[in-house]
Design a protein around this ligand. Structure first.
Ligand SMILES: CC(C)(COP(=O)(O)OP(=O)(O)OC[C@H]1O[C@@H](n2cnc3c(N)ncnc32)[C@H](O)[C@@H]1OP(=O)(O)O)[C@@H](O)C(=O)NCCC(=O)NCCS
Length: 166
């Protein structure tokens, strides 16, 4: 049986969100934890679509807040798979503030790793990724390197003392 392979476009997903009072922090800006939850959910949708089933968040290794997002702003989050391993998928989520006239200003970028899991919560194999554009190919190569660095970090963490400090 031939191995399944999907293009990046198969699982590209978008969420548009109107920011309201209940999403704000004490400064009238969007609460960062709320944005993180939306990013996690959108990345979960992308991972579900690429892998045809359940997935879990394994790590978030890059998340930068570049622009404040205010109450009453409209934001658009855009998610896509950038790299896949055997059971893991790296997903990039970009957040834009949308102004009238469909003008989009980049506000935030995050890279998350999701792992596809079976009914027992064990990692399961995912379809290969078929990067087609130059940008997708460049992201795939960068994702391969990021995955290597993540493995290195985990190895270092595993060998470090992890006792509760108190
Ligand atoms: C993620 C999880 C399923 C991995 O299971 P595991 O038995 O440790 O799996 P393995 O060590 O065999 O690794 C499986 C894959 O996950 C990747 N992986 C494991 N831990 C990872 C981490 N912290 N960050 C990124 N990737 C990770 C491995 O690189 C491997 O990728 P590959 O199959 O593409 O080569 C498991 O650690 C887990 O369930 N964690 C809790 C996740 C969770 O509850 N998330 C919700 C937020 S609290």
């Amino acid at each position: 049986m031939s191995e399944s392979i999907k293009p990046v476009s198969y699982s590209v997903s978008e969420q548009t969100q109107l920011i309201m009072a209940q999403h704000s922090n004490r400064s009238g800006r969007l609460f960062g934890g709320q944005l993180m939850a939306w990013i996690d959910i959108l990345a979960g949708v992308v991972a579900f679509r690429h892998s045809d089933g359940d997935c879990t968040t394994a790590s978030v290794d890059y998340l930068s807040f570049e622009k404040p997002i205010s109450v009453k702003d409209l934001i658009v989050m855009h998610g896509k798979v950038t790299y896949v391993g055997n059971s893991s998928m790296e997903i990039r989520v970009d957040t834009f503030i949308e102004s009238p006239g469909l003008v989009h200003e980049h506000a935030n970028r995050a890279y998350l790793t999701f792992v596809a899991i079976d009914d027992e919560g064990r990692p399961r194999r995912v379809p290969r990724l078929d990067p087609q554009t130059d940008e997708e190919k460049a992201e795939y190569a960068a994702g391969l390197e990021r995955a290597r660095l993540r493995r290195e970090r985990r190895k270092k963490k595993d060998s470090a003392e992890m006792a509760y400090p108190y």
